[in-house]
Design a binder for this molecule. Structure first.
Ligand SMILES: N[C@@H](CCC(=O)N[C@@H](CS)C(=O)NCC(=O)O)C(=O)O
Length: 198
């Protein structure tokens, strides 16, 4: 979404087997995670760093209309971003641990991850309007809004906890999802590839 919003050309390379233990399959990330940005021979690991890098490539470093984490001066907004990152981690733990690794969902590790994810959604549901109000404005793009949207959309795409109790978050996702960058990057399954982990 950042690349589309910033008009930075890119090509996507699919990681066909998330269970691979070959770092090369993850663009060289030794922690075996996506995403990795490759520009020439330079690799950048992690969403936040990649968004920073895309802002630089777009020639918009220092542009106050692009709001990254380092531009957040408000405690509530900073906490919201932290919860979104933590919630994304919980979502990955639940999906990879239960759906991919077939580990028992009633293990306290997953019970706690699910409770934390629901708790983060409840916190965000209660404060979303306040958080949006406190974000620097005017702005073209913020990491917090994009990551919040992606979190909600991923839980809708690969269900773990219920989004039913969070109408304000669902409404936000519907509104934000109308952006061209969102419509161009819908979560979807990539075509199967020989040797994939099911
Ligand atoms: N802090 C990293 C987290 C990366 C991450 O957890 N990626 C997940 C996306 S599904 C992943 O590759 N998981 C594979 C695994 O943990 O096996 C970021 O924001 O980029």
């Amino acid at each position: 979404m950042f690349a589309h919003e910033l008009d930075v050309p890119f090509t996507l390379e699919v990681v066909h087997d998330l269970a691979s233990v070959d770092a090369a399959a993850f663009g060289g990330n030794p922690m075996l995670k996506v995403p990795t940005l490759q520009v020439g021979t330079t690799s950048t690991f992690g969403t936040e760093n990649i968004c920073r890098s895309l802002v630089e490539h777009a020639g918009r470093s220092g542009d106050r209309r692009i709001v990254l984490a380092e531009h957040l001066a408000d405690a509530v907004v900073r906490s919201a971003q932290e919860l979104v990152w933590s919630a994304m981690l919980a979502q990955v733990q639940l999906r990879v641990g239960i759906a991919v690794a077939n580990l028992p969902a009633n293990n306290v590790f997953f019970v706690k991850a699910a409770a934390g994810l629901t708790g983060a959604f409840a916190w965000l549901e209660a404060r979303l309007d306040d958080v949006l109000e406190r974000l620097p404005a005017p702005r073209d793009l913020s990491l917090l809004e994009v990551t919040s949207f992606c979190l909600i959309e991923h839980v809708a795409f690969r269900p773990t906890v219920s989004l039913e109790p969070f109408p304000r978050l669902r409404e936000f996702a519907t509104t934000f999802g109308a952006r061209a960058s969102a419509r161009q990057t819908l979560f979807r399954f990539d075509p199967p590839h020989k040797g994939d982990t099911p």
